[in-house]
Write a protein that binds this ligand. Sequence first.
Ligand SMILES: Cc1cc2nc3c(=O)[nH]c(=O)nc-3n(C[C@H](O)[C@H](O)[C@H](O)COP(=O)(O)O)c2cc1C
Length: 431
Amino acid sequence: MLHLGWFVGRGYSVHAWNQPWSGSIGSDWASGELLTDLARAMDRACFDYLMIEDGSFVTDAYRGSSEWHLRNAATVPKLDPMPLIPLLGHATSRLGLVPTITTGFYPPYLAARLAVTLDHLTGGRVGLNLVTAHNDRTAQNFGLDRHYEHDLRYEMADEWIEVVNRLWESWEPGAVVADPESGAFADNRKVHPIEFEGRYYRSRGPLNAPAGPQGRPVICQAGGSPAGIAFAAKHADTIVARARGIDGAKAYRSEVIARMIECGRDPKRCKVMFCTGIVLGETMQEAHDKKERLDRAMAENLEPRLAQLSFLSGIDFSRFDLDAPLPDIQTNASRSLTTLYTSGTGARTLREALSDPASGGVDFVGTPDSVAADMGEAIAEIGGDGLMITEGLTRRTIGEITDGLAPALQRRRLMRSRYNHALFRDNLLEF
Ligand SMILES: Cc1cc2nc3c(=O)[nH]c(=O)nc-3n(C[C@H](O)[C@H](O)[C@H](O)COP(=O)(O)O)c2cc1C
């Protein structure tokens, strides 16, 4: 069995703008209906979790302006995914819901309280995708001149999660008695200040709310640099990884396992999910034709990739000569993704790297049934644990994946066809 999730990489935003099958997204994107439809379909198909990207800045790296991104609704606008979670929870029964939150700019007390609130509201189905935020522009929105140095951000995140964990534990189990006989709601002997005094954070505690059904919401992490993997190995219940092909995924997973063992953790307690690019057709021919068409369109217009790299790295990629030897790129922003997308497979120039038809993940092309079979083999070869759908979000892709691919996986007993537990973590760690 493999785990399956869906990463909405553009966040709570305008999806597939100027693309076919995007319906009336220009006028109804903010209603949250598309994400609700996605969540409902995933719940019906018994996915593990829905993860929603987020960030708090308007990029102006590409060509020194935000024009391209605003014009193409790429990474902006972006609404806060947190208030959407109770709506998604209400529309679903067992699906895990994982919004992104930044350790860099969310004070631990507010984050701990927000997560506990969401865990109560969803009946124990919330997770947090912890990111350190990757850009100076974000930092400037929160009062800094520049963002903290890359590895220092993870050092701070390490302390941040310690405070948050302590706040979640500040109400002992059994602190809420809610006893109408005695009239006592909570037992003050079981609610404790945490008196946390760290290098970067201080918090007195206790939290002004008891932990939710999961106690500690599921922790998800996606940073792929050595510091990011070390952080994830220590704290995460699930890791979302961008690893190139099956060999890249195997190496990533081995690294995570080694780091987890070093931290004294059982590797089975964290599920590694590999981002996947999927092209589906009703026949093999149709799928391969579609893939060829998509690859050709991408190679003919590299601008979206140049803009995306500028967004991720904070460096203006329009200024590089596409046909010169690959530039040496150093960034304090999203380091591992910038390296992944500029390295290509044996690419010598930026054009070659950006025209690489691979998605930078573990890719599949075929019919729902052939892709299901290939996915089973890929995960067996990697050694576990699951795959993260990253398709552009339209009602067509929702249908293809949840009503086409998922049933094919279930027929092959590669995916659960019913949830056995009420809580997200219990479903995630079941196998
Ligand atoms: C699948 C995936 C999803 C991510 N989602 C987000 C996100 O929502 N917001 C964000 O700021 N960074 C996101 N990132 C970036 C990282 O989590 C990380 O904060 C950043 O890349 C810097 O760390 P790194 O150099 O260790 O990768 C994502 C990365 C991956 C691979």
